[in-house]
Structures are given as C-alpha cells and as structure tokens.
Design a protein around this ligand. Structure first.
Ligand SMILES: [Zn+2]
Length: 71
C-alpha cells in the first residue's frame, strides 16, 4: 500500500512548536510569528504539569505541539 504524505493541516511555531491552523499569523502560546510546515509527530498536551514528555519538550501550556521540526 502506497503511502502519500498529506498536506499539512497545521503549521508549527518555530519557537515553541505549537501547532496552529495555517491561517494563523501569530502563535497563541508564545506570540512568535515564524512558522514551518515541515514538522512531524504530534503531541496533545492536556496537563503539562503531569506529562513527562511535555516537560522534556519544554511545553508549559496545554495545546497541540509538534514533536520534531524540520523535514
Ligand atoms: Zn510559539
């Protein structure tokens, strides 16, 4: 079965890796205005205080985040 990469529906903030809609002009988490569509892996953080992965990624606010940036 062939796997075709779908077009990204989100773009990732280059600073905090938050995933935002493609229309967003500013990151709601950190206010950064620079984004990339080259990201992989998604983590949904509900409670950053209790998530070890969130801590290791430096995530402090609930939301959707990319695990890695870059193609
Ligand atoms: Zn950000």
């Amino acid at each position: 079965m062939a796997y075709r990469r779908k077009k990204a529906v989100f773009k990732a903030c280059t600073k905090c890796k938050a995933l935002v809609s493609l229309e967003a002009s500013k990151c709601p988490i950190c206010g950064n205005e620079s984004f990339t569509e080259n990201w992989s892996g998604m983590i949904i953080v509900v409670d950053p205080e209790k998530s070890k992965l969130a801590k290791s990624l430096g995530i402090t606010k609930p939301g959707k985040y990319a695990i890695r940036l870059g193609g």
